[in-house]
Design a protein around this ligand. Sequence first.
Ligand code: NAD
Length: 319
Amino acid sequence: MPTIVQAVPIEDELHDMLAEAGDVRVVDGRDRGAFLEAVKDTDGVLLSPLVKIDQQVVDLAPNLKVVATTSVGFDAFDVPFLTANGIALCNTPGVLSAAVADLTMAFLLMLSRHLMEFEAYNRSGGWGRREPYPALANDPLGKTIGIVGFGRIGQEVARRAVFAGMKVLWYDIYDNPPSDAPPAEKRTLDELLAESDFVSVHTDLNQSSRHMIGAREIALMKPTAYLINTSRGPAVDQKALHDALVANQIAGAGLDVLEDEPPDPDEPIVKLPNVITFPHIGTATEETRYAMRALATRNVVNVVTGNHPEAIVNPEVLG
Ligand code: NAD
């Protein structure tokens, strides 16, 4: 019977799935000492990206076959290290794309329709006191959104933008989108930045995407344009963005992610009037988080029972 370490809380029925596949050790993955104790000689680990899998873990669990994270992003893991040790890394693509795309569109509407300003006006009693309205906003209809990273979430955003009557541009490091991709026009990154009214970042975080939006790129954007980032904080040079926003070089930004998470309580970009930030809530719905935990659970079960997982980052380890 294989051993599985469950290092994140999951529902009873998901725990039962693990228990049918192996002996389960439940531990709080944030407690490093307890995690290292639990991981000894285990075959699989179900975890969040906050749990580090390194040489210390591999030395304790030389038969470790699978690490299943409850996230789609896997930038917190050393993939070459896991692959070199024959460990499958499984993630949760697809089940969260709609939730992140919804949040992206929420940013787009909040920014373009000045919803924060109108809400603050009402909350402070401005309407009741018949104070002048905040400035009129702008329609997304007929505007252009440029999607940087035309993968699963980027395409899901494109579907919503097409429905909203927007023109959609995309840039990616691949050349040809899948046949079922929504209607959108390919551009170079510089062309996309110059033509878009909204630039929305959806790349995974890797060496090529780290700080891919910096001072030079922001300078190419229209002064009326908004930057939205729901991918990973380091994809955008936060200092450069801060400075551009202070100088009103672009109209504003919507950020679900920051370079340091959680940020310093005094992080200046969070306080700027032309910025809306959220505490990394792209997937923070009951339905989506459950779907992520369920897929991660199936992934670990599949690998420890000798089956192919539904999602794997490094399929080469399974042959
Ligand atoms: P995906 O792999 O389907 O899409 C990522 C796309 O980015 C790919 O098409 C890839 O080719 C492209 N890309 C990579 N590097 C690039 C570069 N330098 N320039 C242009 N394109 C580049 O992944 P996905 O499922 O769409 O998820 C995207 C990312 O969103 C995840 O990796 C994760 O970091 C982030 N995410 C954030 C939240 C949140 O809560 N805010 C939730 C889920 C995912």
